[in-house]
Ligand binder design. Structure first.
Ligand SMILES: Cc1cc2nc3c(=O)[nH]c(=O)nc-3n(C[C@H](O)[C@H](O)[C@H](O)COP(=O)(O)O)c2cc1C
Length: 166
C-alpha cells in the first residue's frame, strides 16, 4: 500500500489525486491522506504533555501499515509547509519506542505544486524523509502554474517506487 501524504487542499490535492490515478493504472493499491483532516494541534513539548492526540495515533497507524509514500507539498518560504513538518513531528512522537518506526527502510517519492520551481521544497522533503529512515527515489514530481502534471513522466517516476516496494 502506498500512502500519498497531501499537505494542502488546493493544487496539491489535485496533484495528489492525479498521482493516485497513475498508481491505480499501475495496479498499485494507494490512498490519499489529507493531513489537514487529522486535526493535529501544533506540536510542542507542552502539547505532548497533554497526551498524543487521537489524530496523531490514527495517522501513525495508517502510515505504519504503508510500504511506500508519496509526499506532496507546496513550497512555503523556501521550505516545507508547517502542516507537513507538524504531522511528521507528531508521528515521530506517537507512542512508538523507535521514532523512525513508521518510515524506516521504506521508500518515498517527493512531489510538489509550487508557485515557482519548487526545488527547495523537494530537497527539504527528501532530507526529512531520509532522516526518518526512508529511501527517497532519485526523481521527483514537480508541477507549477505554468508546468502541468505530465502523466507519462509521473508514471516513470511512480513505477520506480512500485518496483522498490515489491
Ligand atoms: C505562505 C506561503 C508561502 C509561499 N512561499 C513560496 C515559495 O517559497 N516558493 C514558491 O515557489 N511558492 C511559494 N508559495 C506559493 C505556493 O507554493 C503555491 O501557490 C502552491 O501551488 C499552493 O498550493 P495549494 O494550491 O495546494 O495550496 C507560497 C504560498 C504561501 C501561501
Amino acid at each position: 500500500m502506498i500512502k500519498i501524504l497531501c499537505s494542502s487542499t488546493g493544487k496539491n490535492l489535485e496533484l495528489s489525486e492525479s498521482i493516485n490515478n497513475v498508481l491505480k493504472e499501475l495496479g498499485q493499491e494507494s490512498e490519499v491522506l489529507v493531513l489537514e483532516d487529522f486535526d493535529l494541534p501544533i506540536y510542542s513539548s507542552r502539547a505532548e504533555e497533554k497526551g498524543i492526540p487521537e489524530g496523531a495515533t490514527k495517522l501513525t497507524d495508517s502510515l505504519t501499515k504503508a510500504s511506500g509514500f508519496v509526499v506532496v507539498a507546496p513550497e512555503y518560504n523556501g521550505t516545507i509547509p508547517a502542516m507537513l513538518n507538524n504531522a511528521i513531528s507528531w508521528v515521530s512522537r506517537a507512542g512508538n519506542e523507535d521514532w523512525r518506526a513508521a518510515f524506516n527502510g521504506k521508500f518515498a517519492v517527493a512531489a510538489t505544486h509550487s508557485g515557482g520551481g519548487g526545488a527547495k521544497v523537494i530537497v527539504t522533503i527528501k532530507q526529512m524523509m531520509e532522516h526518518i529512515g526512508c529511501n527517497t527515489m532519485a526523481r521527483s514530481i514537480m508541477t507549477n502554474y505554468s508546468k502541468a502534471f505530465n502523466p507519462e513522466s509521473a508514471k516513470d517516476i511512480l513505477e520506480s517506487l512500485v518496483k522498490a516496494i515489491k
